[in-house]
Design a protein around this ligand. Structure first.
Ligand code: TRP
Length: 378
């Protein structure tokens, strides 16, 4: 997005690149999305009961048409959930955040999930990756999704290359209605962009609409995803009604920071990312080397306190590993007052992470026996 580059040299947020310190308020303005207001949260709470921590903590902070979807739901029209993954490498903890939230929505609303594995997209945009790689990662990444506890009855995984026959007619309808100038403005395509990539956004639009083709039922899609995917939905929303569908709605989350000094967790920086396959000693090493808001010496920290707002370790508790608001607050205050040292937080986080990963890895192994039950062509 060129527009999100202005006035802030550091920030770049596009579906293919996230760089610098992300200013989420500015993304809401630049992308033209809505913030999630206290009123909207009340509405969600009325239907789902206690708010999920990711909503309460504004990890999901922005939306398009969430209110519309909830109003329809109130009146008896359900929706489908749609999210996805570009299978270009192993899954890290940051990828799990929107998936965990999606599972929560699926359970609370009792709705279907379409999950797109964009092996084609990753092949087209990355010179170093071939179709065998993206196919392999599609399989590997699907195991991570299933390990979170999605049920096969309500979960439909689409592997783009394998399932293209299911997608192609809708993709054509979409592609015919998006001009090159719109695509160029939305995605920043250049003269040297390969033509596969230019057509490709039509494929990411398809799961917004596929439910009708499969079931005859026309329902809106609600897409939980990190905000970098928004350009796809902008172009899709413009053409949805022309094709007789609801405009897809979105709910956007922030990026889990990496363990370094800034920027999101990224598979291209493995030392600052925790992968779901990481072994306990590796997790320990990465956390031990993580960037914190601590002071150079323990004595100084005890005296003047530390700064949790720049601490990657604190972010992990905030995003995923401390669901109890009171306990999170206690940690925050103790840190500021110098009553807790970075070593203690790191030790606790290593324990929690490794406990989570041990269970996840077990469930992931079991997922190998059932993965076929989740395939859209089951
Ligand atoms: N383009 C996404 C990616 O790289 C994958 C994706 C496809 C997706 N459909 C989606 C992500 C829907 C979120 C929601 O990573």
């Amino acid at each position: 997005m060129e527009s999100s580059n202005n006035n802030n040299e550091d920030m770049v947020v596009t579906p293919w690149e996230v760089k610098g310190k992300v200013d989420y308020e500015r993304l809401i303005r630049d992308f033209g999305t809505q913030s999630i207001t206290p009123e909207l949260l009340k509405k969600v709470e009325k239907i789902t009961g206690k708010l999920h921590p990711q909503l309460k903590r504004h990890i999901f902070f922005s939306h398009r048409d969430l209110d519309t979807v909830l109003n329809l739901y109130d009146k008896g029209t359900k929706f489908v959930l749609y999210t996805g993954r570009g299978p270009s490498g192993p899954v890290h903890i940051g990828h799990l955040i929107p998936w965990i939230f999606t599972l929560h929505l699926q359970k609370k609303f009792g709705v279907r999930l379409y999950f797109q594995m964009t092996d084609d997209e990753k092949f087209l945009i990355d010179d170093k990756i071939d179709l065998q790689d993206t196919k392999k990662y599609s399989y590997e990444n699907a195991l991570d999704l299933i390990a979170l506890g999605f049920k096969p009855e309500d979960t439909f995984i689409i592997y783009d290359v394998e399932d293209i026959d299911l997608l192609y007619d809708i993709a054509l309808e979409v592609a015919k209605r998006i001009t090159y100038s719109t695509a160029k403005a939305s995605f920043g395509f250049k003269d040297n962009t390969n033509i596969g990539w230019i057509f490709w956004p039509a494929i990411q639009a398809v799961p917004c609409f596929i439910h009708k083709k499969l079931t005859g039922e026309n329902l809106p899609a609600l897409i939980p995803a990190a905000i970098d995917q928004d350009p796809y939905w902008r172009v899709t929303r413009d053409i949805a009604q022309k094709l007789g569908y609801f405009k897809p709605a979105q709910i956007h989350c922030r990026f889990l920071p990496g363990l370094g000094t800034g920027g999101k967790m990224s598979a291209s920086k493995p030392e600052t990312s925790i992968f779901t396959h990481d072994k306990p000693e590796i997790v320990k090493r990465k956390i031990w080397n993580a960037y914190t808001g601590g002071k150079p010496t323990a004595a100084e920290q005890r005296k003047t306190g530390a700064n949790p707002s720049i601490c990657s370790i604190y972010q992990y508790f905030f995003y995923l590993f401390e669901e109890d608001d009171k306990k999170l607050d206690v940690r925050l205050n103790k840190c500021r007052k110098g009553e807790i040292l970075c070593g203690e937080c790191k030790k606790e986080l290593v324990q929690r992470l490794n406990m989570f990963l041990r269970e996840h890895q077990e469930k992931r192994e079991k997922a190998k026996d059932v993965i076929e039950q989740y395939h859209i062509k089951r």
